[in-house]
Design a protein around this ligand. Sequence first.
Ligand code: SAH
Length: 293
Amino acid sequence: MSEKTRTFPLPLSSVTDKSPAKKPVYNTVATPQTATQNAARTAAANAGGWRPQPVASPSRAHSYAQERAQVQLGSMPAPRQNALVSDGVRRAMVQRVAKQGVSDPVVLGALDTVPRHMFMDEGLAPQAYIDASLPIGHHQTISQPYIVARMIEVMRAGQDVHRVLEIGTGCGYQAAVLACVAKEVYSIERIKSLHELAKANLRPMRVPNLRLHYGDGMLGLPQAAPFDGIILAAAGLEVPQALLDQLNIGGRLVAPVGARTQHLELVTRVSKNEWVRQTLEDCHFVPLRPGTV
Ligand code: SAH
């Protein structure tokens, strides 16, 4: 086991700021009768602290169930605790995402866990569970729930992923979803104030297995590489070679590629010098830009 592995999990506060983590308030989950049943069953089994179960073999499931750090939900600010941001509304969103074709129960469960409304302006919070990207400031957006789920599903391919890198933290939503499905998550943001926003959004939740970095994600994070999965939340004309080099052999990278017309690309590293590309559906993301601001 590497030194890096041993250092996990750390409280988010230890890598972002020094304020003590709030005592978590656990979310109990009702039983839906829908396409998200698997995910909900897992949630119910773990009531008192949701923990996703992998769809891999029982032995791996066992070890990951033991090891996987979980997102524990912080208490919601009272004014946002209304019908438009309730667990039921979030579950309806998950059901819509499932109807659109996302079937991985681990991903659906993660979507069911993370309170998306806590990652956006209070004024926009009532729209948090519609399937749309929404502004988060600085001409950037919180990604549409469907695309968040789809990219993670493609990256996982039904397998556990240990170490994952996200490029484009934005408000931190997808990073929190990723933290439900991977053991260690690193996320990089190039806009300082969005990096700060993500820290503030994530502070009330305890996300011990997520590390936020301020920097140019086009360079990746060599000090934490190699990654089993990499997700880009912003579109470049091509996938930066630095990111391809930081993929583990067998690792999978999912990225939007293109300018006006964009498509999702899945790149699998099959050997030291060989990557296989697959083009998936059309998509629309904000641009990947170099440097930091
Ligand atoms: N992951 C977010 C989506 C944020 S939008 C979510 O959960 O909804 C995409 C983000 O990518 C923006 O915040 C943008 O500033 C960031 N970005 C663009 N180019 C980047 C780069 N080179 N490195 C890091 N972040 C980048």
